[in-house]
Design a protein around this ligand. Structure first.
Ligand code: HEC
Ligand code: HEC
Length: 348
């Protein structure tokens, strides 16, 4: 059997690997794929398995999927994520939908520009532990190499490689899988890309107008395909991700955040970056509570009447796929911000 496989592999080596078939919803461009990690069906399958693989954690009980659950749009429902050893991570797990289009990754570190670079954090972080693989994680890689299923899958995903099972390949396969987590076909998408006027209710259409209006100003930050600001794709290889201080905290009337988490400023050291966090996607927002980088906003409830733009949040909820409930209301902070110039420099 093995010999036959080798023979077939050798025989087809000259033939080009068939192009990967993206199953993209209407209106979605082809994602940008790094040259050193081309997509293939075999690699995506391997990545899917590894995304669920608990042997990639120090305790043998944790996987990417522990914090990124598909039924919650790949978040975990917690304000702050809990790592393999039970230690709290200071931020909430982010949704992974449409990360293929991200210009940067994580809540506040604009330097993390690739899925591969991002993945080193959950895999190897020690303070706090997320998955807790020590060193280069070779031990886990070696353990997987004893598994016949993996042997076959790695060989199929990295054909022609003398040592297909490595930490580098584990990361590449998971990244390939992550690029396939495409979320589209929401009522919004059908309204915009299919020209289906009935896809949105009248109230959602009013919310949409408000969302894109200068008054509510949501789309000044939550713009683009992902409602997260500039994205990259096959044809747009460079873009700067958006970061902003929303006024979620304001300990001194000048927009200061708690000392233990000042967002981008903790990374850059620049005072101008105080409290800046990346503009998150609003896709599937009805599934991704609690909200904000630290999960400190539990819901967007109607209770908060101070935000006149609550209908915009109603609209935001409807961006989610059709099965989702309506969430109305808004974060009062956005309402407050509208009364004075925004610190991010975006005119209000
Ligand atoms: C302990 C829970 C936990 C585990 C396990 C975990 N993550 Fe995460 N993930 C998070 C948190 C928390 C963030 C936000 C990190 C930050 O900004 O501080 C995040 C962010 C991300 C992002 C960035 C998304 C974006 O839009 O920027 C990606 C991609 C990601 N995780 C993928 C993975 C992969 C792949 C694995 C498995 C190798 C994994 N995560 C394991 C909690 C987890
Ligand atoms: C100045 C830029 C900016 C504007 C304007 C803005 N947002 Fe945001 N929004 C952000 C940032 C940044 C975050 C994340 C903040 C954090 O984590 O502390 C966020 C978070 C959110 C979240 C939570 C998402 C999640 O998964 O945690 C929702 C929902 C949201 N915004 C909706 C809106 C709506 C609706 C409007 C218009 C009324 C709006 N935003 C206006 C920048 C903006």
């Amino acid at each position: 059997m093995l010999a036959a496989c080798l023979f077939i592999a050798a025989g087809s080596a000259a033939a080009a690997v068939p192009a990967y078939e993206w199953q993209l919803p209407p209106g979605f461009p082809r994602p940008q794929v790094p040259h050193d990690n081309p997509m293939s069906a075999a690699k995506v399958e391997l990545g899917r398995r590894l995304f669920h693989e608990t042997r990639l954690s120090s305790t043998g009980r944790y996987a990417c999927v522990s914090c990124h659950r598909p039924e919650l749009a790949f978040t975990d429902g917690r304000a702050q994520a809990l790592g393999a050893t039970g230690e709290a991570v200071k931020h909430g797990a982010m949704s992974l939908v449409n990360v293929a289009y991200n210009a940067a990754f994580t809540w506040s570190d604009s330097r993390v520009r690739s899925l591969a670079a991002q993945m080193r954090q959950p895999l190897f972080n020690e303070h706090p532990v997320e998955m807790g693989l020590t060193g280069t994680g070779q031990a886990a890689a070696l353990e997987l190499s004893g598994d016949a299923v993996y042997q076959e899958m790695f060989a199929a995903a990295f054909p022609g490689d003398a040592a297909p099972l490595s930490m580098d390949h584990i990361i590449k396969a998971i990244a390939a899988f992550e690029r396939t987590l495409i979320s589209g076909r929401s009522p919004f998408d059908r309204y915009v890309f299919d020209d289906d006027a009935a896809a949105l209710s009248d109230s959602a259409k009013r919310g949409m107008a408000l969302f894109y209006s200068a008054r509510a100003g949501c789309a000044q930050c939550h713009s683009g395909l992902n409602f997260s600001g500039p994205v990259i794709d096959e044809g747009h290889v460079a873009a700067a991700a958006s970061f902003a201080n929303t006024g979620l905290y304001d300990s001194d009337g000048r927009g200061s955040y708690p000392a233990d988490d000042r967002g981008m400023m903790d990374i850059t050291g620049r005072a101008a970056d105080m409290g800046k966090f990346r503009v998150p996607t609003l896709r599937n927002v009805a599934l991704t509570a609690p909200y904000m980088h630290d999960g400190s906003v539990a819901t967007f409830g109607r209770r908060d009447r101070s935000l006149r733009a609550w209908r915009a949040h109603d609209y935001a909820a409807r961006l989610a796929n059709s099965t989702l409930v309506t969430v109305a209301g808004g974060a009062c902070r956005f309402g407050r911000l509208s009364r004075k110039p925004h610190r991010s420099g975006i005119p209000r």
